[in-house]
Design a protein around this ligand. Structure first.
Ligand SMILES: NC(=O)c1ccc[n+]([C@@H]2O[C@H](COP(=O)([O-])OP(=O)(O)OC[C@H]3O[C@@H](n4cnc5c(N)ncnc54)[C@H](O)[C@@H]3O)[C@@H](O)[C@H]2O)c1
Length: 360
C-alpha cells in the first residue's frame, strides 16, 4: 500500500507524539511541518528527521501532501482546517473541532463540498482499553446498556500548567478541555446522543496561578468550571457526566457502563490502556479482563493512521468529522441547556464508529 504523505501544522507540545507516530506506523510519512513560529517547525523537523520545515503557506502549497494534521491551539482550529481544505488537503484536527458549533459545522460542510476527509481527536477510544470494553458490550457481556457515568473531577490546572489562563476563557473550561475524551468514548461504547440537559456554575470568579513562571498572577474566570450533564442516547441509555475544575478530591471512577446483566469499569479515556473490569450481576467479584486489542501505550495518531488507510482502501475512518462535530454539539448543548433551563435536542448525529478488528 502506498504511504500517505502528511504535513503537520502546529509544532507545540502535543506535536512530538504525532511525529513519533510517523516513525511507528508505516502508512504515515510525515514529510513537512509548519508553525506560525518558524523556529518551532525547524526544531521539530530536526528532532524527527522531517524533510521540510515550512511556513504554513508553503506547507499548504506543497502538492505531495495529502493529509494536514492540525495541532494548533483551539482558537485557530477552524481557520487552519478551512485553509487546508481550501488547499485540497484532507484534514485531521486535534480536539475540539472548533470553538463554536457554527464554525465546526462550516468546516464539516466544506470538507463534504470538497469531497475531502475530515478527522479529529481524540483517538484514545481506538486504544486497547476502550476497544476491549467495546468488544465486551458487542459480545453481550453486560446485556442491554441501561446507563453510563463519566466523571472528570479536578481542582483546575493553575498549580502546574505554566500558562493556564486559557483554561478559564471562552473555549476553555473542563467540558471543552476534557469532555471530548469522555463523550467520544461513550459514543463509541453506546452510540449517538439525541438530547442533553445540564447545570453549570462558576465557583471561583478569580483563580491565582501557583505554578511558575506566572506565580501569583490572577486569572479572571469567564466560563463555567463545574458542569453536570445528562445524556439521552438514541438507544435509550442514559448517561451522567460531570467535568469539574472545582473539586479538590474525589473517589469517583472515570467511566462506568451499566448493563442489564453486568457492569464494566472503563479505563481513563485520556489513556489507551486498561485496566478493564467486569462484574456480572449475581457475582461477588470484579473480574479484570485481559485486553483483546493492541495500542495500549500512548498511541496518539492512530486516528490519523485509520484515516490514512481509509484513503487507500475506501472504507470509512472512525475518528471522523461527524463524530467530532456531534461531540462538539453535545458539549455546547449541555451549556445551553443550563443557560436556558431546558433540554437541548441535538441537530447532528453520527454512526457509532465500527469496532476495530482485533488484528488492526
Ligand atoms: N498538550 C497536551 O497534552 C494536549 C493533549 C491533548 C490534546 N491537545 C490539543 O492539541 C492542540 C495543541 O496543543 P499544544 O499543547 O500542543 O499547544 P501549544 O500551544 O504547545 O502548541 C500549539 C502550536 O500551534 C502554533 N499555532 C497557533 N496558531 C497557529 C496558526 N494559526 N498557524 C500555525 N501555527 C499556529 C503555536 O505557535 C504553537 O507552536 C490543542 O488543540 C490541544 O487541545 C494537547
Amino acid at each position: 500500500m502506498k504511504n500517505v504523505k502528511v504535513g503537520i501544522i502546529g509544532c507545540g507540545n502535543i506535536s512530538s507524539i504525532y511525529c513519533q507516530a510517523g516513525k511507528k506506523f508505516e502508512i504515515l510519512e510525515i514529510v513537512a511541518c509548519a508553525d506560525l513560529d518558524y523556529s518551532r517547525a525547524k526544531a521539530r523537523a530536526e528532532e524527527f528527521d522531517i524533510p521540510k520545515a515550512y511556513t504554513v503557506e508553503e506547507l499548504l502549497a506543497d502538492p505531495e501532501i495529502e493529509i494536514v494534521i492540525n495541532l494548533t491551539i483551539p482558537q485557530a482550529h477552524a481557520e487552519v482546517c478551512t485553509r487546508a481544505l481550501e488547499a485540497g488537503k484532507h484534514v485531521y484536527v486535534e480536539k475540539p473541532l472548533a470553538i463554536s458549533l457554527e464554525d465546526g459545522k462550516k468546516v464539516l460542510e466544506l470538507a463534504k463540498k470538497k469531497n475531502l476527509k475530515l478527522g479529529g481527536a481524540p483517538d484514545t477510544f481506538l486504544g486497547g482499553g476502550i476497544q476491549t470494553c467495546r468488544k465486551l458490550i458487542d459480545d453481550g457481556a453486560i446485556g442491554e446498556v441501561v446507563a453510563a457515568t463519566g466523571f472528570m473531577m479536578s481542582p483546575g490546572h493553575e498549580s502546574w500548567h505554566p500558562d493556564p489562563s486559557f483554561y478559564y476563557q471562552q473555549g476553555g473550561g473542563p467540558m471543552f478541555d476534557m469532555g471530548p475524551y469522555y463523550i467520544t468514548a461513550l459514543i463509541n461504547l453506546i452510540g449517538p446522543i439525541r438530547r442533553v440537559t445540564g447545570s453549570t456554575r462558576i465557583t471561583y470568579k478569580e483563580r491565582t496561578i501557583t505554578s511558575k513562571p506566572k506565580y501569583g498572577e490572577k486569572i479572571k474566570v469567564e466560563v463555567p468550571t463545574h458542569i453536570t450533564g445528562v445524556l439521552d442516547f438514541d438507544n435509550g441509555a442514559i448517561g451522567t457526566i460531570i467535568t469539574s475544575f472545582d473539586v479538590g478530591g474525589s473517589t469517583l471512577p472515570n467511566i462506568e457502563i451499566y448493563g442489564s446483566t453486568g457492569t464494566i469499569i472503563v479505563p481513563d479515556p485520556n489513556t489507551f490502556g486498561g485496566p478493564v473490569r467486569l462484574k456480572k450481576h449475581g457475582s461477588q467479584e470484579w473480574e479484570e479482563i485481559p485486553l483483546t486489542h493492541r495500542f495500549t501505550e500512548n498511541s496518539r495518531g492512530i486516528g490519523v493512521v485509520d484515516m490514512a488507510y481509509s484513503l487507500r482502501n475506501g472504507e470509512d475512518h472512525r475518528a471522523n468529522g461527524l463524530l467530532t462535530l456531534h461531540v462538539l454539539e453535545v458539549m455546547h448543548g449541555i451549556h445551553e441547556a443550563s443557560a436556558e433551563g431546558k433540554h437541548y435536542i441535538l441537530t447532528s448525529t453520527c454512526e457509532q464508529p465500527k469496532a476495530l478488528p482485533i488484528h488492526f
